[in-house]
Design a protein around this ligand. Structure first.
Ligand code: GLV
Ligand code: MN
Ligand code: MN
Length: 423
């Protein structure tokens, strides 16, 4: 019997998250872009990205849920409430991956949201607000375009659209062209405007770090996402013959880049192990054994929970680069500067209530990784649910999570969504 009182809803919901259905959907998604080593290579805007969206929309169609899409390709699947003029409660994540990424990052949050919608539907629960499952476009775009979370950024802040559309990848292809390529063959669904109101946003995700597993906890209630700055460092020297150019005349761009890198490693060393400093990409030109490197470009991904440390340490990068460039020229450009965000209020409160009523072990923790929730929090009260992942490994083909934890996360999510949809 339909029920709209929260306490009854929770009893009614019990047992409706279907672990076989959730696992089958996980396997169906993991096949799209599967790598020989058990990972997933499903780059933003690729044909695999499109295929994951087609699959998601086909599930929604079969179920009779209504789908909409905005002009950046963010897709929303909706289960109606009783007061459908009210802003929906939205939950989801991304279906794209890093190059040779894992089976769980992003897609778990999409699958958990869809499973929650179905479980709520199967239980015949009536909510006041509609509930929607979302796929945000190009969360993992940083590998190609230097900036991630493009879809959620644009949805919350359409003023950023022109600048983000003009970003270029290494093949000189813009986001505008890549998006047009994705949307050309995309299934047609109803139109959705940017900034269409969202009442509450909840994102489920694997933790991508070691804390839950190490402490034996099933659910993480996320308190914050740390700040994030990223940079491109371009060092220009002079290409020369590896046999004939004496040391005293060399302008070796790789030597200068290594000097800069090692000085930055010292400057960013943190005995408390809070600073996150990563050089993940380096391009040496011409990259030939018998040629002194003529230019080197490398990226810096720097994260910190404290906005002051984020500012002061990040500002050191250009200074150190100039000091250590030797005979080479160096330019440092900042690709993004995202301040930390805290999750407080209705969403984490509802998650805690759900966890307690379902009796899962839990802890509060901040997120080391960035998420779409970071940007949707600018539009609506937001929060996140973490589940453990094996050894905390992520952005790696061996990423793995236990089905029982995936089910627990979906149960917590469904319960949380029902609470929020009745506020
Ligand atoms: C997200 O993938 C991140 O890099 O934090
Ligand atoms: Mn990721
Ligand atoms: Mn992710």
């Amino acid at each position: 019997m339909p029920s709209n009182a929260n306490s009854n809803s929770f009893d009614t919901l019990a047992g409706h998250v279907d672990q076989d259905r959730l696992w089958q959907r996980h396997l169906d998604m993991a096949r799209i872009g599967a790598t020989p080593r058990g990972g997933v290579h499903r780059l933003p805007f690729s044909k695999e990205d499109l295929e994951s969206r087609e699959l998601f929309l086909s599930w929604a169609n079969t179920r009779g849920f209504i789908s909409t899409m905005d002009d950046f390709g963010n897709i929303f699947v909706r289960r109606e409430g009783t007061e459908n003029d009210l802003a929906p409660v939205v939950s989801g994540s991304h279906s794209d991956t890093q190059p040779n990424g894992g089976q769980f990052d992003g897609i778990y949050g999409v699958l958990a949201a869809f499973e929650a919608l179905e479980a709520i539907d199967d239980a015949g629960i009536v909510t006041k607000r509609p509930i929607e499952a979302v796929i945000w476009t190009a969360e993992e775009a940083d590998a190609q375009f230097g900036v991630g979370c493009l879809g959620s950024q644009v949805y919350a802040n359409p003023d950023k659209l022109p600048k983000l559309m003009d970003l270029r990848n290494n093949q000189n292809i813009t986001v505008r062209q890549s998006l047009a390529g994705l949307l050309k063959d995309h299934p047609r669904v109803g139109h959705r405007g940017f900034r269409s109101p969202i009442a509450y946003y909840v994102e489920a995700h694997i933790e991508q770090g070691p804390e839950l597993e190490a402490r034996g906890k099933t659910i993480g209630i996320v308190t914050a996402i740390q700040g994030h700055r990223s940079f491109k460092v371009h060092v220009v020297g002079e290409a020369g013959h590896a046999g004939a150019t004496p040391e005293r005349l060399r302008k070796d761009a790789l030597v200068a880049a290594m000097e800069i890198f090692s000085e930055l490693r010292k400057a960013f060393h943190d005995p408390r192990d809070i600073v996150r400093f990563t050089v993940g990409e380096m391009d040496v030109v011409p990259s030939a054994m018998a040629v002194v490197p003529g230019s080197v470009t490398f990226t810096i991904d720097f994260r910190h929970p404290d906005p002051d440390a984020l500012r002061s340490l990040g500002d050191q990068i250009a200074i150190v680069a100039r000091q250590k460039a030797g005979r080479c020229e160096v330019t440092v450009s900042e690709l993004r500067h995202t301040s930390p965000v805290a999750f407080t209020g209705a969403v984490p409160d509802a998650i805690l209530k759900a966890v307690e009523s379902l009796d899962y072990s839990h802890m509060f923790l901040p997120s080391g990784a960035g998420h779409d929730a970071r940007y949707i929090a600018e539009l609506a009260p937001a929060g996140m649910i973490f589940i453990p992942c094996w050894r905390g490994i992520s952005h790696n083909e061996s990423e793995s999570a236990e089905l029982r934890d995936m089910v627990a996360g979906a149960n917590v999510l469904a319960n949380t969504l029902v609470q929020l949809a009745n506020l």
